[in-house]
Design a protein around this ligand. Structure first.
Ligand code: FE2
Length: 67
């Protein structure tokens, strides 16, 4: 594997880590917003979770193809 490909793999793995953290973080943020009766924020955070899950899934698929 070439250096450029290794760098891409490394970057994808770092991105996967970040996306995984986001998938865990935003539901907690939504729960806090719900607890504080800030429904609009809770709804927004849950929408963000869906997007982050999609990002995570895409990166995982890419890693499977490349790995
Ligand atoms: Fe993301």
């Amino acid at each position: 594997m070439k250096a450029k490909q290794l760098k891409t793999l490394k970057n994808l793995k770092l991105s996967l880590k970040d996306e995984s953290e986001a998938v865990k973080f935003y539901p907690k943020a939504a729960a806090i917003a719900r607890k504080g009766k800030v429904k609009k924020a809770a709804k927004f955070f849950m929408k963000v979770v869906k997007d982050e899950r999609k990002h995570k899934d895409r990166i995982q698929k890419l890693l499977k193809k490349l790995g």
